[in-house]
Design a binder for this molecule. Structure first.
Ligand code: BTN
Length: 320
């Protein structure tokens, strides 16, 4: 795969010009027949690559795919995304990541074009149609205490927010983990933990981003949106995912090594609802009050109508 990624990178960077088979084979250190096989593979994936006698190959157009070849040459991370398990279709990337967590290195990602049974928080379905969103799960083996695990969800929503801000957008975060654009949910994070008294065995951070969808099923239309529906622009999903993974690796390293990191503050500064009157539905009960803060461990602190402060690990919030 690394060689094919290298070939794709070279074709991208030669930007519309021809590059000879000989040069390519020299650069990659493989035979011209192998180059030809790689080209055939890329064409099968949907890349239009023109070939001309005596001139070589030229990239004409590229599909919007999350295949390892697209991701790996763009990544600057050390471990996140260095191993990529790619599926055109899957039930849920979190499910496969859980299954593989013990046998793969930290930072391995499971990514799919489509999920048949994408999961959201509270065992909800997560709408994951083909080729339009980012459905990705990262396998982690954190060395910190399980109490710190909610921060994994926090840094994931922060990474998505920062990647969108870099594109000139103005996302907001809705506790515990939704990223909103113009009030519509465009991203959710589902973290799953396998821990015992000794510590965390593994954590799976599942990220779903609605990127290029042009419509949603009726029951989601009110709350969900896609970056395309909000900005009118389609994005190359591989570029966005790579930016998120690069940022997330940096935040994860800070979380692991730097006790004075201000990631929580960065995340809080993007929260909607702070100092607003809200209701929170937690474990089947509804609480009312003013959302005052989020604790160091990621709990929402609600000032109830009687003036008492209560913290919540999980729940659904809405403005009243
Ligand atoms: C939420 O309810 O807001 C969380 C949604 C998380 C969806 C992502 S998509 C990739 C990964 N695989 C899943 O089945 N779910 C997460």
């Amino acid at each position: 795969m690394q060689n094919r990624a290298q070939l794709l990178k070279t074709l991208y960077l030669t930007q519309g010009k021809f590059i000879s088979g000989e040069k390519l084979s020299h650069r990659l250190g493989v035979s011209r027949t192998t180059i030809w096989k790689y080209i055939r593979y890329l064409r099968e994936q949907g890349y239009r690559i023109e070939s001309r006698t005596n001139q070589g190959y030229r990239l004409q157009s590229t599909p919007d795919l999350l295949i390892p070849e697209e991701l790996s040459w763009r990544l600057t991370s050390d471990s996140f995304g260095r191993e990529i398990i790619y599926r055109a279709e899957i039930d849920s990337t979190n499910r496969l990541a859980r299954e593989l967590a013990d046998s793969y290195d930290e930072g391995t990602i499971v990514v799919a074009e489509k999920q048949r049974a994408g999961r959201g928080r509270r065992n909800r379905d997560w709408y994951s149609p083909a080729g339009t969103g980012i459905w990705c799960s990262i396998i982690l083996q954190p060395v910190f205490r399980p109490e710190k695990a909610p921060l994994l969800t926090i840094i994931a929503s922060l990474a998505v927010s920062r990647a969108l801000e870099a594109k000139g957008l103005n996302p907001k975060i809705k506790w515990p983990n939704d990223v909103l654009l113009n009030g519509k949910k465009i991203c959710g994070v589902l973290s799953e933990l396998n821990a015992d008294l000794e510590g965390i065995k593994y954590a799976i951070v599942g990220i779903g981003v609605n990127v290029n969808q042009s419509e949603f099923p009726e029951h989601l239309e009110d709350k969900a949106g896609s970056i395309y529906l909000i900005t009118g622009k389609t994005l190359k999903r591989a570029c966005l995912l790579v930016e998120v993974l690069d940022l997330l690796e940096d935040y994860y390293t800070q979380l692991t090594n730097d006790p004075r990191t201000d990631l929580l503050e960065q995340w809080k500064s993007r929260l909607t609802m702070i100092n607003k009157r809200i209701t929170i539905n937690s474990q089947g009960r509804i609480y009312r009050g003013i959302a005052r803060d989020v604790s160091e461990r990621g709990e929402l602190i609600l000032e109830t109508e009687s003036g008492e402060r209560r913290s919540f690990w999980a729940g659904d919030t809405s403005l009243v």
